[in-house]
Design a protein around this ligand. Structure first.
Ligand code: ADP
Ligand code: MG
Length: 238
């Protein structure tokens, strides 16, 4: 399970503070979307949650325990990067197998998980290909598959549709919604697209300039926006 508690999270790069004190309580199994304009701090916050960078101030707990007391290998977190970050010299199968081998799973279990992920993400024909031999959409599906085979308690996705063409985007969006239901974990999904946010989220975190403007269900944001920023951002067309 992955219940998250963020209190007073700040992050600076040198003298510049980019997150000014973030408080969030995220429940187990929620699909949470971070949405906000480019540069508002979404990726920075996601990277802090993933443990890829250190918090400048504040406290972050997972299931009641301080994050730094939990060994990274036991956190059950997987992240899908906007840039895919696939290993270029490994084929699709190896890209998916690498992380789970490090987790110490046996060969049969790894094969079974990859077969399941390949079927779900329509990668079955591509397992022997290298990333350079794949389209953007196929690479994105491999990146999602690589996270999926770890069966994470917490799945973090940073703008996973941004490099896909419009036709694929709605396919992959549906796949991600299904994935969330299948793995029975908590998902945090970052986007700058309010339509994605409104269609995927149980609850949405609207961010602006390193702060949370509002945290609520799509319906709450739509019907009772906390301020004019939220109203304009949620209400405005793409
Ligand atoms: P978003 O994902 O919402 O577009 P980011 O979290 O990537 O925004 O960036 C938030 C702010 O932090 C931006 O002003 C960005 O330039 C700055 N920033 C992000 N990463 C770094 C870094 N490693 N060093 C310095 N500044 C950074
Ligand atoms: Mg970003």
């Amino acid at each position: 399970m992955a219940q998250l508690s963020l209190s007073g999270i700040k992050k600076g790069f040198g003298p510049v503070e980019v997150l000014h004190g973030i408080d969030l309580e995220i429940k187990d199994k929620e699909f949470i979307v971070f949405v906000g304009p480019s540069g508002c701090g979404k990726s920075t916050l996601l990277r802090l949650i993933a443990g890829l960078d250190t918090i400048s101030a504040g406290e972050f707990r997972m299931n009641g325990r301080r994050m730094n007391e939990i060994a990274p290998s036991r956190r059950g977190i997987a992240m899908v990067f906007q840039s895919y970050a696939l290993y270029p010299h490994m084929d699709v199968y190896e890209n998916m197998a690498f992380g789970v081998r490090l987790m110490g799973l046996d060969k049969a279990e790894i094969e079974r998980r990859i077969a399941d992920a390949a079927q779900m993400l329509r990668l079955g024909e591509l397992l022997k290909r290298k990333p350079r031999e794949l389209s953007g959409g196929q690479r994105q599906r491999v990146a999602i598959g690589r996270a999926l085979v770890r069966k994470p308690q917490l799945l973090l996705l940073d703008e996973p549709l941004s490099n896909l063409d419009a036709a694929l985007r709605s396919d992959v969006r549906l796949e991600i919604a299904k994935l969330h239901r299948d793995i029975q974990g908590t998902t945090i999904y970052v986007t700058h697209d309010q339509v994605e946010a409104m269609t995927l989220a149980d609850r949405i975190v609207v961010m602006n300039n390193g702060r949370v403007e509002q945290f609520g269900s799509p319906r709450e944001l739509y019907e009772r926006p906390a301020n004019t920023f939220v109203a304009a951002f949620i209400g405005s067309p793409r």
